[in-house]
Write a protein that binds this ligand. Structure first.
Ligand SMILES: [Zn+2]
Length: 147
């Protein structure tokens, strides 16, 4: 069998951080039942009121760009798990406001800061990050400008 016929499995960078690997994937956050605070990723207790009554809360797929920069060198690892050395390519990172709920720190598909603007509409997408030791394609989330 030719190598190209072997289908690579796709696996999420962190289990449970998004709902699926398909086009309708949503980020999984947490919502405090006591005060309504929304967090991403979900947490065991509320950062505002310390309640431990946190429920799973799916975040909107679209939001507005709030702040951004370009990551020109590999971040410290861990937590960074992407390519390093010659395989590294600069990428955009930023905060996207999802509804009134929460600001999510995220990768951006656009690495050129001049191509981005405050309040720009952004949509969730899933991008390949690297190939793991088992040959699986590791997928992470990012936001891309809505054309
Ligand atoms: Zn709370």
């Amino acid at each position: 069998m030719a190598l190209s016929q072997i289908e690579m499995a796709r696996v999420p960078i962190t289990e449970g951080i998004f709902t699926s690997l398909g086009d309708e994937a949503q980020l999984v956050g947490g919502r405090c039942a006591a005060c309504g605070m929304v967090t991403f990723p979900s947490q065991g207790s509320c950062p505002r009121c310390a309640s431990t009554d946190m429920a799973e809360h799916l975040l909107p797929r679209r939001g507005r760009l709030w702040a951004w920069t370009t990551q020109n060198y590999p971040p410290p690892s861990p937590p960074y798990a992407g390519p390093t050395g010659r395989d590294f390519a600069p990428f955009g990172i930023g905060y996207v406001e999802l509804g009134d709920d929460v600001r999510v720190e995220t990768r951006l598909t656009e690495a050129d800061p001049d191509a981005l603007s405050t309040g720009m509409e952004m949509a969730l997408t899933l991008i390949p990050l690297r190939t793991d030791e088992d040959g699986n394609e590791v997928v992470t989330f990012a936001f891309e400008p809505v054309a």
